[in-house]
Design a protein around this ligand. Structure first.
Ligand code: FAD
Length: 545
């Protein structure tokens, strides 16, 4: 009989006085010398009899265990401790198939919004070198200046690591217990944390918030292991070179866009449509703009195999699903960006009785509640909700305030603004034109639109051909605004303020009575007057017309 240190869970220790001590029935949950983790089972047959000589200091059960230390989970944890609750956050990153791993903070900080935007900025700076020369700066020709990928990755990763560090410090300061372990559900009040070294902790809690986000999906085709994903690109040790991006969602387009801007040949493979979730007129303009900048698109194509060549290059084979022809090409890097999947299977969600969407395996919920009363879910793990950091943060914060702060406020998932950081950025809020037509009918809508010429494009003679915006309104006065779409420089900055206005019930009347800030690109929204219905030419005559 090996000698064990006894670890007893907090809730079990409360049962002890009612069970004859020193002998009691126990169910052994984990046994790895020198630690024995067990649960006391009052009326069950003895599985293991043990003499409890002295109890180890019992841990107090948690009010809340958050599984997933990303945008949503951290926001919920911070809110919960502000009401004096005892909170632990479990965060663990399983390495990508290429072994990439990262620190605390979730997708956004480590392999999402932040490194993506930094790389987008790096890419756009290349364009600024070209512009600067035209504005009189004595800088070398753009064609003679190259990006140093290693330096870029180092700078980006240094920033990411500094955010990881600040996040840890913040958790410590707020007295949120951070457990770097992978969480699995044992029962509605019990979470098992498995640490990197394989040791396990059993944790008891009143509430659980599942905020486990998602990870990139991989197509099941031969040689898929030669492909990287967005989990790897931002820390890739060597320059990606000629890159094939599989998938034309926003992540695929953004990666292809910044790589091309940095001088790497990039090709996007599109199975069906570009930016499926977005307004398709805007998606078409983005595609044209990217094509003009040299990004290639393989429309209606699906990969069939990837083979690694002796020189390290990847031979990609694909099929055109329209004419059934097969094609191939050689790339330095293939990046899969075909969507993301939640890790609910690994969480053992269904084993404890949690109901999931049959296909996506996400939680279906209107109010972040699950079918088990004390288990909740926020962020990307929710079915049909915008997969965006601010959405996860807001939902996590509001949920914790409802649980502990007597708040009644619910997350409003409508009119969430977002931006696609393609070389020409696309910002939008509200309905796409297709969705507006579906909900309201075409003859109940008025769509105002305009092409415009950003002042900053004139001197460097940049093409404004796809600088375009539209405002989708109800046709009846006062013409409530249902959607706003903007393609052009600084689209995220432009659309953010309008998003607040749309939430306040913005009408076309108010928009056209708003005095613009001149000369900006955002002012174009206050000047738009041509309706699609009129058929009038929406192209501008001059910058201040
Ligand atoms: C390339 C890319 C670019 C993006 N760009 C933007 C953008 O510009 N703007 C924007 O708003 N959003 C963007 N997003 C989306 C954004 O990152 C997500 O919407 C957001 O991170 C979701 O937050 P979350 O809390 O749901 O999950 P996450 O931030 O993904 O956090 C989940 C955490 O839980 C951990 N975890 C998972 N399972 C377990 C477990 N069982 N135990 C312990 N830990 C676990 C994960 O490792 C992760 O750390 C981007 C995403 C990607 C991939």
């Amino acid at each position: 009989m090996p000698s064990f240190k006894i670890v007893i869970s907090a809730s079990d220790c409360f049962k002890l006085p009612r069970i004859p001590v020193p002998y009691c029935n126990v169910m052994v949950l984990a046994m790895s010398s020198p630690t024995l983790v067990f649960r006391i089972v009052k009326n069950a047959a003895p599985i293991f009899k043990i003499r409890i000589a002295r109890l180890a200091t019992a841990a107090i059960p948690y009010d809340l265990i958050v599984i997933g230390g990303g945008s949503g989970g951290l926001a919920a944890a911070k809110e919960a401790v502000s009401y004096g609750k005892k909170v632990a956050v479990l965060d663990f990153v399983k390495p990508s198939i290429h072994g990439t791993t990262w620190g605390l903070g979730g997708t956004c900080v480590n392999v999402g919004c932040i490194p993506k935007k930094l790389m987008h900025i790096a890419s756009m700076l290349g364009e600024s070198i070209h512009d600067a020369k035209n504005f009189g700066w004595e800088v070398p020709e753009r064609s003679t200046v190259n990006i140093n990928w290693s330096n870029l990755v180092e700078a980006v990763q240094n920033h990411v690591k500094s955010v990881n560090w600040t996040t840890r410090v913040l958790l410590r300061d707020k007295k949120i217990e951070y457990i770097n372990g992978f969480g699995t559900l044992i029962d509605p009040n019990t979470v098992k944390a498995t640490m990197k070294n394989g040791s396990e902790k059993i944790l008891k809690t009143n509430h659980i918030i599942v905020a486990i986000g998602g990870r990139p999906k991989y197509l099941d085709v031969p040689g898929k292991e030669h492909c990287i994903s967005s989990d790897d690109i931002f820390s890739l040790p060597k320059a990606p070179g000629k890159t094939l991006v599989i998938g034309a969602g926003y992540i695929g387009l953004e990666c292809a866009g910044f790589l091309k801007g940095m001088g790497y040949e990039s090709t996007v493979m599109v199975r069906s449509v570009v930016l499926r979730e977005f307004d398709q007129q805007m998606a078409g303009l983005i595609t044209q703009e990217m094509e003009e900048r040299g990004v290639k698109f393989l429309h209606k194509c699906v990969p069939i195999a990837f083979e690694k060549q002796a020189n390290g290059e990847i031979l990609a084979k694909w099929k055109n699903t329209q004419d059934n022809t097969e094609h191939s090409g050689v790339f330095d890097t293939v990046l899969m960006a075909i969507g993301r999947r939640p890790l609910t299977e690994e969480l053992k969600a269904e084993e404890v009785g949690l109901e999931l969407h049959p296909r996506s395996k996400k939680f279906v919920s209107d109010n972040e509640e699950t079918n088990i009363p004390n288990i909740f879910a926020v962020g990307d793990v929710l079915e049909g909700r915008p997969e965006l950091t601010p959405v996860a943060i807001q939902a996590g914060k509001l949920l914790a305030a409802r649980l502990y702060g007597q708040s009644k406020l619910h997350m409003d998932y409508d009119n969430v603004a977002t931006t696609v950081f393609t070389p020409l950025e696309y910002g939008c809020v509200g309905l796409s034109e297709e969705e507006a037509i579906r909900r309201h009918g075409e003859d109940k809508l008025e769509v105002y639109h305009a092409y415009y010429k950003p002042l900053e494009f004139f001197i460097p003679q940049r093409s404004p051909a796809r600088c375009y915006l539209k405002v989708i309104c109800e046709r009846a006065a006062p013409q409530k605004v249902l959607g706003m779409h903007f393609l052009g420089p600084q689209a995220g900055e432009v659309i953010q303020g309008f998003a607040a206005a749309v939430k306040c019930g913005l009408t076309y009347e108010t928009l056209s009575n708003t005095v613009g800030i001149h000369p900006t690109v955002a002012e174009e929204f206050t000047r738009v007057y041509i309706t699609k219905r009129s058929g009038a030419d929406p192209t501008p005559q001059s910058c201040c017309s």
